[in-house]
Design a binder for this molecule. Structure first.
Ligand code: SIN
Length: 290
């Protein structure tokens, strides 16, 4: 079947092909460097709400054009993580693994920067150098997880709050690999005290309920003992592992992935040994994520 036969109705300006039944869509034949038309931009926002992660092949974007793409969805200068920044365009973070050198902890399920009080609402990731095989990224849907749970458990989870902290993640290990890591770590701790988020969030655009925890940054559930909290979080984290709720992207150079950081978690597979992998990342946000 051709991509046109697979395209869903309801879009006048985009060719949208679902990637899996529960999450993800491929957007065909769109040059992201040329999306000035507000009708196209509105359909991109609609598709992101509907599919949670969008993939675009064969893109050629300058750093400034990538920022412009992020602006379709939000403010590219909101919360940032600790990644190195692009030399001339500071809103771009460099996600780079070199043959020799440090590793980031992105091979853990996470939503970006939930250790912040106001995490990004989404991310634009653009591939530059991709291993011949490996380095795929997977996304899993927090709305699919919520919908799969029994009603009584949904209601119980809706009463809970969880503590999120960067210290729970791979970031301290990354800092330890840096020459001035101790100093960076001290500053990161002072600037990023643990924060509390509801365990179930309501998406402000789609109105859907989301299980909003992730193993990288969610440390514990408030009001439960450590043992109870660990048991409940282990159960919830396991729900995100169901392949039915996931989309897995095999990157090629010049691919763009845009995801809804409120509704999904993601995982960058670290299976490519000492090969080079380089992507440019822009997170975008709003004054309040929820
Ligand atoms: C990220 O976690 O934002 C980066 C994902 C990736 O490198 O594929």
């Amino acid at each position: 079947m051709s991509k046109l036969e697979n395209a869903v109705p309801g879009y006048k300006h985009l060719i949208v092909e679902p990637y899996t039944p529960n999450i993800g869509a491929l957007i065909h034949d769109l040059d992201l460097a040329k999306i000035q038309d507000e009708a196209v931009r509105a359909e991109l926002r609609k598709a992101l709400g509907e599919y949670q992660v969008l993939f675009f092949r064969r893109q050629q974007l300058t750093p400034e054009q990538q920022i412009d793409v992020a602006r379709v969805f939000g403010d590219p200068d909101k919360t940032k993580a600790f990644f190195p920044r692009h030399d001339s365009v500071q809103s771009i973070e460099l996600i780079e693994t070199k043959p020799v050198g440090h590793r980031y902890g992105t091979d853990q399920w996470h939503a970006d920067i939930t250790f912040s009080a106001n995490p990004p609402t989404g991310t634009v990731l653009y591939s530059h150098i991709i291993p011949a095989a490996g380095g795929d990224t997977l996304w899993s849907s927090g709305t699919a997880v919520y919908d799969s749970l029994p009603r009584a458990l949904q209601l119980y989870l809706e009463e809970l709050e969880a503590v999120h902290s960067f210290e729970h993640s791979g970031w301290p290990n990354y800092f330890a690999q840096l020459e001035n890591g101790e100093e960076i770590y001290r500053k990161a701790r002072a600037d990023n005290l643990p924060v509390v988020h509801p365990v179930v969030q309501t998406h402000p655009v789609t109105g859907k309920k989301i299980v909003y925890v992730n193993p990288n940054f969610t440390d514990r559930i408030k009001g439960l003992s450590r043992q109870q909290s660990d048991a409940l979080l282990t159960f919830l984290f396991a729900q995100f592992l169901r392949p039915e709720f996931q989309a897995r992207l095999r990157w090629e150079a010049n691919t763009v992935a845009i995801w809804d950081n409120r509704a999904t978690v993601h995982y960058a597979t670290a299976d490519y040994g000492n090969q080079h992998r380089l992507l440019h990342r822009v997170t975008f946000g709003e004054d309040r994520a929820f």
